[in-house]
Design a protein around this ligand. Structure first.
Ligand SMILES: C[S@@+](CC[C@H](N)C(=O)[O-])C[C@H]1O[C@@H](n2cnc3c(N)ncnc32)[C@H](O)[C@@H]1O
Length: 246
């Protein structure tokens, strides 16, 4: 498995506070009259949510711009005998030529990775691909008190053992860059024979509020519904989920 796929699993794979919400939305979307279409999981990664919903009988199309993540998702689906269509594409420029998705969803902070132009493109694309009456649901991590290693006790690292090697990703700072917040991490690997290596990683998340995305969604032709909340846990910040009707 390519190393960036392992890091994706290390840093995203253990999060489960939102699973009940996506299961509920998938079930609700399947109940909307005339929208018995599939679900589009945007920024699906290795399939944390896609595979969970596919196991529960939903037809899910997994979209990501990273072909390696989707290859791993397909391998996992095959291993479980699940059918999942995958599409390598940019979430900001959806052009799938169909408008039958009962639910277009973007879990975790995917939409905060798109920068404003990509986010507006995503909303227009979601509007063009969601079935009439279907749902568009967009998670936004609640931003985010900045910290660095001189000022607070750091969060616990995300860790995973793969092929005997320990992968550990330690958030060391959350810095304000104005329009974005940068999550700085130190990634360390200790192989089975004790070799150690370390590298830095920085991820920029857009600072954008629920109300801004609702307004952008309205401008794209979607209708805002009451937002949903995934509460913070000891390990993870909370998430607001923008809900828009197609
Ligand atoms: C935080 S991860 C979420 C993964 C998965 N949805 C989950 O909840 O575990 C963000 C995902 O969005 C994908 N992504 C980032 N920018 C993208 C873009 N412009 N188009 C499509 N996917 C993108 C990344 O490759 C990554 O898989």
């Amino acid at each position: 498995m390519p190393e960036h796929v392992v890091w994706h699993d290390v840093e995203c794979g253990r999060y489960d506070a939102d699973v009940a919400l996506w299961r509920g939305l998938a079930a609700a979307a399947a109940d909307v009259p005339g929208t018995l279409g599939p679900i589009l999981d945007v920024g699906a990664g290795t399939g944390r949510i896609t595979l969970d919903l596919a196991r529960r009988g939903h037809e899910v199309v997994a979209l990501d711009h990273d072909a390696d993540l989707l290859a791993e998702l397909r391998a996992r689906a095959r291993a479980e005998g699940l059918e999942v269509e995958t599409i390598v594409a940019d979430a900001g420029e959806l052009a799938l030529g169909r408008r039958d998705f009962a639910l277009v969803m973007a879990p975790m902070q995917t939409v905060q990775l798109l920068r404003p132009a990509g986010r507006l493109g995503f909303l227009r694309g979601a509007r063009a691909h969601v079935a009439p009456g279907g749902l568009v649901a967009i998670a936004l991590v609640d931003v985010l008190d900045t910290f660095d290693d001189e000022h607070v006790l750091l969060p616990l690292p995300d860790q995973l053992v793969v092929d005997g090697a320990l992968y550990s990703s330690q958030p060391v700072a959350l810095r304000d860059h104005g329009a974005t917040v940068a999550i700085e991490r130190i990634r360390q690997v200790v192989t089975a024979d004790g070799k150690r290596s370390a590298s830095d990683d920085i991820l920029h998340l857009d600072r954008v509020t629920l109300h801004e995305v609702e307004a952008e969604g309205r401008a794209a032709g979607l209708t805002p519904l009451p937002a949903r909340i995934v509460d913070a846990t000891e390990e993870h910040v909370g998430t607001s989920v923008v809900m828009l009707r197609g």
